[in-house]
Design a protein around this ligand. Structure first.
Ligand code: PEP
Ligand code: MG
Length: 833
């Protein structure tokens, strides 16, 4: 028997048992534990284990944890009387479940009026063997967050000192390029909430709970700041390790990850603005003509006090649950990342504590919530950090939406605007932008705001020209005025003459035609103007990417970065977990080929479940397939996970970071062994990534045994130019169009051609329309780009003949640097237009 952490089976508010309005539970007659007052509507497994019983009325489930503890979960009080109405079970007796698996769904709205209470006790029912060492109560909890720590009785004696609270701490530098902003803060909090130990993060003399994104944001932590992480509790060392790994990984936002593989060409000098124009900051580029319409915020009237605190808590809980559900739904959709960030803030325990403080003083739910949000917005502004100050809007947005729900109104009410509106406002909130009717609104401009705010991110995603930070000058524009918003130039022409309007209309029409043509043709297979078929694939890192790829006409995936699927996993995913993820992506790609890259861990891509010893030169160390060969167990489970995907053959396999034929042979051996174990006689295409100069130079040898080759131009560029792809100091020099790289790509194509193997590109170069003609001229026949870029890549393919591409490529190979190649490619493109 060993100790275990039980995570919350419900989203809701955790209470001590003595707060349950029933003596049977409050006096622990059925067992010791914790209760959760639910805001969610599904009971999940609090640990891995086996279902011992499901009550006939479906309102109670008992599990035996793998460690031996027995847990009874009883949804609501006196709910047995409902005879199962409103409950739906997902499991049956004897079934094995994993932590987080759904057990019972229930209709919370239907239960509330019928049950005496919906509070759900979660009890340990074999106290002769286990005891509760620590519990988390008096706070909001999400499904999967640590709720209590259970340990065997014999360990309770021996480990009493430890359970009192071991303390661990460490100093580290923050690698995230934008510091700890909303998304990393949410992930750190999520990680911290998985442990019993209290975790805090300190910068200078400021300290915040690691469980609270709000507290973390308020620290104003920037890239390379030194922070101190401290954990205290029975699982303090584990909590510290997990947090350190998460933060040190950079969460995909380390300076390395942020450094562009292909730096954008320097922006041309823009001429000064003509007299009278209003200058602002580009939030999303584009040109728009529209009639000014001001959105003036009216402060909502709300009651300050209430004499019924219980009712106020219920109103607030209902509004928070409603908004939480809406945000969770939106998080799955088009503007998912912003909704996800808002959801994390909504669930922040510190906001709830601040609001509860207001309620305890007799304030109405509306007033208490608004005060908590405004205070937090002020904290963000006071950090003095521009990016964090922009996050203040996110709190004001949550304020607005919850107040609307408390007033019984729709939080996302669409603004009723006339055609061709150019929306002006002092400031806009993300939910305003999400609710804009794109058939009517041509663009927007605000007096305040910043270019990295969620409002700006949303505008970019919606292709809506937008300017922010125009200041008080914007007030000069009156409702009804016809103006030109040139967001790319960062300006508004407040009084355009007829010639300016005509020119703007022509530019808008040409751009719209280009974009529409590319998107309309995105569903058709890509062929060059001379009829040669080129595969236009997309790179994927999630099932959501697959949906975007399909919507943009991807013909398959040339690179599924499997390590991205398990960035949150503290333990190595087993073959079934992997198979489920790959199957979901294969299904989303509707039968199109999916090239699954074996995990590329190490170097710039650490994985939380595979701690690696520090290396002096990680990019030259244990990474890519070297890790897989070092850990045959991991390689085997991944190969088996891929082979489980149906239909067999939709997923092909690609080996990262190959430097020699022996590595490919070893992987083929492991693949053949996995196939034999699984009784699979069909062969599965096995290809390699060309990311090392060695692979490019020996492509003829590798192609004799590889079924296909795909150039990973990001890594190939760093290794060929000896420039760390993550080092901002050398970023301007890292350009995959350098003739040295082009020569190696050409050599790869020639080597592959000797064995009739195809060569693709799946690095950043494949997403650059300027590079397309040169790559085709070198012999590339598959391009795997970022999902949204597929239409533009297809358009670039359709615009050229192979003959012209070959001539262009030959000229490029004779040049001496990337800038010259770019200039050549640009003049080629201009001649096509
Ligand atoms: C590459 O190196 O070009 C590549 C596609 O792999 P990653 O960017 O994932 O290292
Ligand atoms: Mg790579």
């Amino acid at each position: 028997m060993t100790s275990l952490i039980l995570s919350s089976p419900l989203r809701g508010f955790a209470l001590a048992l003595d707060e349950v309005p029933d003596p049977v539970f409050a006096q622990k007659m059925l067992g010791d534990g914790v209760a959760v007052d639910p805001t969610g509507d599904c009971l999940h497994a609090p640990c891995d284990g086996t279902v011992i019983s499901v009550h006939a009325s479906r309102h109670a489930v008992t599990l035996r944890a793998d460690e031996g503890a027995e847990i009874l979960m009883h949804i609501g009080i006196d709910t047995v009387a409902l005879g199962g109405a409103g409950f739906r079970t997902h499991v049956s007796e004897g079934q094995r479940v994993l932590r987080g698996d759904p057990l019972v769904s229930f209709d919370l709205d239907a239960l509330l009026p019928q049950a005496r209470a919906v509070v759900t006790p979660i009890l340990l029912t074999n106290p002769e063997q286990f005891r509760i060492a620590r519990r988390e109560t008096g706070k909001a909890v999400g499904v999967g967050e640590a709720l209590f720590f259970v340990e065997p009785l014999e360990a309770a004696v021996a480990g009493a000192a430890l359970a009192q609270g071991e303390v661990c701490s460490v100093d580290l530098l923050v690698p995230m390029i934008h510091g700890i902003h909303a998304r990393p803060a949410a992930r750190i909090a999520e990680c911290a909430r998985g442990f019993i130990a209290e975790a805090t993060l300190a910068k200078g003399d400021k300290t915040g709970s690691a469980r609270s994104p709000v507290a973390l944001l308020a620290l104003g932590v920037r890239c390379q700041d030194e922070i101190t992480l401290r954990t205290e509790g029975p699982d303090a060392p584990e909590a510290l390790r997990a947090l350190v790994e998460l933060i040190s990984s950079g969460m995909g936002e380390s300076a390395e990850a942020a450094a562009p593989a292909q730096p954008a060409p320097p922006a041309p000098e823009l001429p000064a603005l003509p007299a009278g124009w209003l200058g602002g900051v580009t939030a999303a580029p584009g040109l728009a003509i529209g009639k000014v319409r001001w959105l003036r915020h009216v402060e909502r009237e709300i009651p300050t006090y209430s004499d019924d605190p219980v009712k106020e808590v219920q109103r607030l809980n209902a509004a928070l649950a409603d908004l939480g559900q809406r945000l969770a739904d939106r998080a799955q959709g088009e503007h998912g990342s912003v909704a996800q960030a808002h959801l994390a803030l909504l669930e922040d325990p510190e906001l709830r504590v601040a609001t509860d403080r207001g309620l305890a003083q007799g304030h109405s739910a509306d007033f208490a919530w608004r005060s908590a949000m405004r205070a937090q917005a002020d904290v963000m502004r006071a950090t003095g950090d521009r990016r964090l100050a922009e996050r203040a809007d996110d709190f004001l947005d949550l304020e607005r939406q919850v107040l609307a729900l408390l007033a019984g109104e729709e939080p996302e009410a669409r603004l009723d605007l006339p055609e061709d509106t150019l929306l002006l406002a002092e400031d806009l909130l993300p939910s305003h932008v999400m609710a804009l009717d794109l058939a009517k609104v041509r663009g927007f401009a605000t007096m305040r705001g910043g270019p990295t705010s969620h409002v700006a991110i949303l505008a970019g995603g919606m292709n809506l020209p937008a300017l922010v930070a125009l200041g008080d000058n914007l007030r000069a524009l009156e409702d009804g005025a016809l103006v030109i918003l040139d967001a790319g130039r960062g300006a508004i022409n407040p009084a355009p003459d007829e010639a300016a309007l005509t020119q703007a209309r022509d530019t808008i029409a040409a751009e719209a035609t280009r974009r529409a043509a590319a998107l309309a043709a995105a569903g058709e297979l890509a062929r060059t103007a001379c009829g040669t078929r080129i595969e236009a694939f997309a790179n994927l890192g999630s099932a959501q990417d697959a949906q975007v790829a399909m919507a943009h006409g991807a013909e398959g995936s040339g690179l599924l970065r499997t390590e991205f699927l398990f960035l949150e996993s503290a333990t190595a995913p087993d073959e079934d977990q992997q198979a489920a993820q790959y199957q979901a992506i294969a299904d989303a790609m509707q039968g199109r080929p999916v090239i699954v890259r074996l995990m590329d861990i190490g170097g710039d891509k650490p994985a939380p479940f595979l701690p690696m010893a520090p290396e002096e030169n990680p990019a030259l160390g244990l990474r890519g397939i070297r890790v897989g060969l070092d850990r045959p167990d991991l390689l085997r489970s991944q190969l088996r996970g891929i082979l489980k995907v149906q239909p067999l053959g939709q997923c092909r396999i690609m080996v990262p970071m190959v430097a020699s034929l022996a590595e490919l042979r070893a992987v083929r051996g492991a693949l053949d062994a996995a196939r034999a174990e699984m009784g699979i006689t069909e062969t599965i295409p096995l290809g390699i990534m060309v990311e090392t100069p060695a692979a490019a130079v020996t492509a003829d040898l590798l192609a004799a045994e590889a079924d296909f080759l795909s150039v990973g131009s990001n890594d190939l560029t760093q290794y060929v130019l000896a420039m760390d792809r993550g080092n901002p100091a050398v970023a301007p020099g890292i350009d995959g169009l350098h003739p040295a790289i082009l020569r190696l790509i050409g050599q790869t194509c020639q080597g592959a051609a000797q064995h009739n193997r195809w060569v693709g590109v799946c690095g950043g170069l494949a997403s650059d329309p300027l590079a397309v003609p040169i790559l085709l001229g070198l012999g590339i026949t598959e391009l795997s780009s970022t999902p949204a870029q597929v239409p533009a890549i297809k358009a670039a393919i359709r615009a050229v003949t192979l003959e012209a591409c070959r001539t262009l490529a030959a000229e490029a190979l004779a040049l001496s640097d990337a800038a010259q190649v770019r200039a050549l490619a640009r003049s080629f493109q201009e001649k096509l237009a």
